[in-house]
Design a protein around this ligand. Structure first.
Ligand code: ZN
Ligand code: ZN
Ligand code: FE
Length: 761
């Protein structure tokens, strides 16, 4: 009988394959098929030398990806035949460095069910240990300082494993094999409860003591995975009000955390989509509809139909929430728009006036990462903020690009770096107008460059000369600098997700962006390709009296649209939103418009929403960007009775004047039509209008792909309505599913455009 042929091959596995139980998976498969060889983590992924009979090697190769562990994400497996070396066993060999680094790092994910069971098992040695984790769960991105991902490169380097933990760590058959943050109460991080003067509160169980303080109405700063949270009992109005006052956060909704879906159902409507988002290992904040009556303090999310709610994701959260709360307020620990606090010393300095007590621990967070925010809309889950749990999973591009750094926008900033065919969008950085956030922006750029081993040769940035992100880009040396138009970047960001290269009809609707013609853009129809665009349509411009003041005070936009629609005698109409504005103020603003003093022109659709909301009396002043528009959507009754008259002019481009719509709104107001009805008609008019314009554009251009991007598409009524209307006209419609449609996704488009422009040059 002939002996079965022995073959050997080398497999290189690329993707998220480190620190996620991949080597034990390989080891167990090798044992199952009685194969010999080695497996090693290298800086370019996992490298396997496997030898044995040809059919077994082939089954092994199939199972490698087919039975992949939950956190692993294989992008590519390459194979090369090797000489048989007659290994006597299969062995895991320790990390070695490699020059061509392309390893992907896993995001931080929630505690797994196995660890959770052990956490509440009195007989387990990790009973109530708040830092338990395994290869299938726990911190990753936020504790890594460099690659390859090994304990000495993480904030766990300060903790020496006890013999028990070390044994688990070394055993390929253990769930904690090479789990870098592996720890137990004997050897790992600990929690401490302190008062605001940094005096330790001695308690047998600091977490139980913290829960008691919360029940008594105290505000706690609690160190989590990607940063500190400020925490209060969500049923205690007085505590929530106090938290808002101290944090100087007046009206933005506060996030909630509840123990399980059953508890959330006590205060919110949960459908199957919301449930699967809530229970996913990424554990984002999910926007869910409030119940009519519920026990949550009304100050948590005032004038809003939604709660932002999440399930616990660390063992510490589970221990805290097991102390019988309906829900806890869990909001990023910062003052106003500053970045979230991550360091203990920093927390006492910055949060000392906000929190009464501090529940801290001694495992450092190297990179802050806020909670992500998602919602289900128009048939898919949509990011409002993409951060913890998702970053740094890349967007896979159609082609390899040169290394690009894109600096993002001014608000909701994120940055993006590309490596080959992957684009890495950073975690949420925030509003760059303050220095602390700008420092975080620079730190994130350096950190991502280091852990991804990238030296960008091209830098893309917004054309707006005042953005700090643009100024940063301009100040860099030895790179090619490419300014990118804001709305082009929005459209290409969505194209990149879907691997489109254009030309497409791009609808970029947002609040504000720099237009190359010196006006403020935001209601743009751009015929877009990666390297170029043509502005083929826009919302007819009106003035923004007071410039940025018109963003904070939508009543100014109301005056602007009214004057544009019915002339300067608009005061003869009864406009609920202007009743409380002093007549002399109205006259001043009216004059600013007529004489064009500090009143730039804008084609922004976001401003039109603000203006209509103000006319209807929904809101004359806002506390945060987009607030009036958001409330207008929420107050609009789902079904519209008729549409407003609309029109567009086509010269060489399409121009959509807002005046006829505004006149329709005014007429309805005079005849006592409800705000809910007017709001709904307004939405449906825009949907019909832009669908019709797209049909006209298709006649001229033959293009049948429409891309929807920009922050206005956070409006679910507009997004789903326009998508449906366009699909009824047989367009192919592309929307954001991997990155936010708002400025948080902008850097992705900037990166692709900057590379494309450079390649054309
Ligand atoms: Zn686990
Ligand atoms: Zn231990
Ligand atoms: Fe934008």
């Amino acid at each position: 009988m002939m002996a079965k042929a022995i073959v050997a091959k080398k497999l290189k596995v690329n993707g998220i394959v480190q620190g996620v139980g991949f080597r034990p998976h390989v080891f167990q498969l090798a044992a199952q098929y009685q194969l010999k060889g080695t497996v090693a983590n290298t800086s370019s992924g996992v490298s396997i030398h496997i030898e044995g009979s040809i059919d077994r090697v082939s089954s092994f190769t199939t199972d490698l990806s087919a039975k992949c562990p939950p956190l692993a994400h294989i992008v590519e497996i390459t194979e090369k035949p090797q000489a048989v070396q007659n290994f006597s066993d299969f062995r895991i060999i320790t990390s070695q460095s490699d020059l061509a680094i392309s390893t992907l790092i896993s995001p931080d994910v929630s505690i797994c069910n196995d660890c959770l069971r052990e956490l509440f098992d009195v007989h387990n040695r990790r009973y109530r240990y708040p830092f338990t984790n395994c290869t299938n769960c726990g911190p990753r991105y936020t504790i890594i300082d460099d690659i390859p991902y090994d304990r000495p490169k993480t904030s766990m380097r300060h903790f020496k494993m006890c013999t028990h933990c070390q044994t688990e760590y070394d055993n390929p058959n253990d769930r904690r094999f090479h789990a870098q943050p592996n720890a137990c109460a004997d050897c790992g991080p600990r929690v401490f409860l302190l008062d605001r003067h940094r005096q330790e509160i001695v308690a047998e169980d600091p977490i139980k003591a913290a829960a008691r303080l919360l029940q008594e109405g105290s505000i706690l700063a609690i160190k989590g995975l990607g940063g500190f949270h400020l925490c209060a009992n969500a049923e205690n109005s007085e505590a929530v009000v106090r938290l808002r006052r101290r944090k100087r956060r007046e009206e933005k909704p506060l996030a909630l955390m509840a123990k399980d879906v059953k508890r959330i159902k006590q205060f919110a409507e949960i459908d199957s989509e919301a449930e699967s988002l809530l229970t996913s290992i990424q554990r984002p904040i999910v926007l869910v509809q409030k119940k009519q009556s519920h026990p949550i303090a009304s100050e948590v999310s005032p004038r809003n139909q939604y709660f932002g709610v999440m399930l616990p994701y660390t063992p510490l959260h589970y221990l805290l929430l097991s102390e019988d709360f309906t829900a806890l307020v869990m909001t990023s620990a910062n003052l106003s728009e500053e970045p979230i606090a991550i360091d203990n010393d920093e927390a006492f300095k910055r949060l000392g006036d906000i929190a009464d007590y501090f529940l801290i621990h001694n495992r450092d967070i190297y990179l802050r990462s806020d909670d992500s925010i998602v919602r289900h809309a128009a048939g898919a889950s949509r990011y409002i903020r993409r951060s913890r749990g998702y970053v740094p999973i890349p967007v896979f591009l159609k082609h390899k690009l040169p290394s690009v750094l894109a600096c993002g926008a001014e608000l909701k900033n994120t940055i993006c770096v590309t490596k080959n065919d992957k684009a890495f969008l950073s975690q949420h950085i925030g509003d760059l107008s303050n220095l602390a956030t700008y420092d975080f922006f620079k730190l994130t750029i350096d950190h991502l460059k280091r852990i991804l081993d990238i030296t960008p040769t091209i830098i893309g940035y917004d054309m707006h000369p005042d953005y700090l992100s643009s100024q940063y880009a301009i100040a860099q040396n030895d790179v090619i600098k490419v300014p990118v138009q804001h709305h082009h970047a929005h459209v290409v960001s969505c194209m990149a997700e879907h691997q489109l290269e254009g030309p497409v009809i791009g609808l970029a609707f947002d609040g504000t962006g720099f237009g190359p013609d010196g006006t403020v853009w935001g209601g743009e129809i751009l015929l877009s390709e990666n390297h170029t665009f043509k502005r083929i349509g826009y919302l007819g411009p009106v003035t923004m009296p007071g410039s940025s003041a018109a963003i904070k005070e939508p009543w100014r936009m109301a005056v602007s649209y009214l004057q544009d629609a019915v002339g300067s005698n608009f005061q003869e109409w009864s406009v609920p939103g202007l009743k409380d504005i002093a007549p002399e103020k109205l006259t001043t603003v009216s004059t600013m418009i007529t004489k064009q003093i500090n009143a730039p022109l804008t084609s922004s659709l976001g401003r039109l929403f603000d203006g209509v909301a103000a006319i209807l009396g929904i809101r004359s002043h806002v506390k945060f960007e987009g607030q009036a528009a958001m409330e207008l959507e929420m107050l609009s009754d789902g079904r519209a009775d008729g549409l407003y008259e609309f029109e567009w002019q086509k010269d060489h481009v399409f121009q959509v004047p807002p005046a006829p719509i505004i006149r329709g709104v005014l007429t309805d107001l005079q005849s006592g039509v409800s705000i809910a009805q007017i709001g709904a008609k307004f939405h449906y008019t825009l949907i019909r209008l832009f669908a019709d314009v797209c049909v006209a554009i298709r006649k001229d251009s033959g293009l049948d792909r429409v891309v929807l991007s920009g922050g206005v598409f956070q409006n679910a009524t507009l997004l789903s309505g326009l998508k449906r209307a366009l699909e009824q006209h047989r367009f192919k419609v592309y929307t954001h599913e991997q990155v936010p449609c708002n400025d948080g996704g902008l850097a992705l488009g900037q990166a692709v455009i900057a590379a494309a422009i450079q390649c054309q040059a």
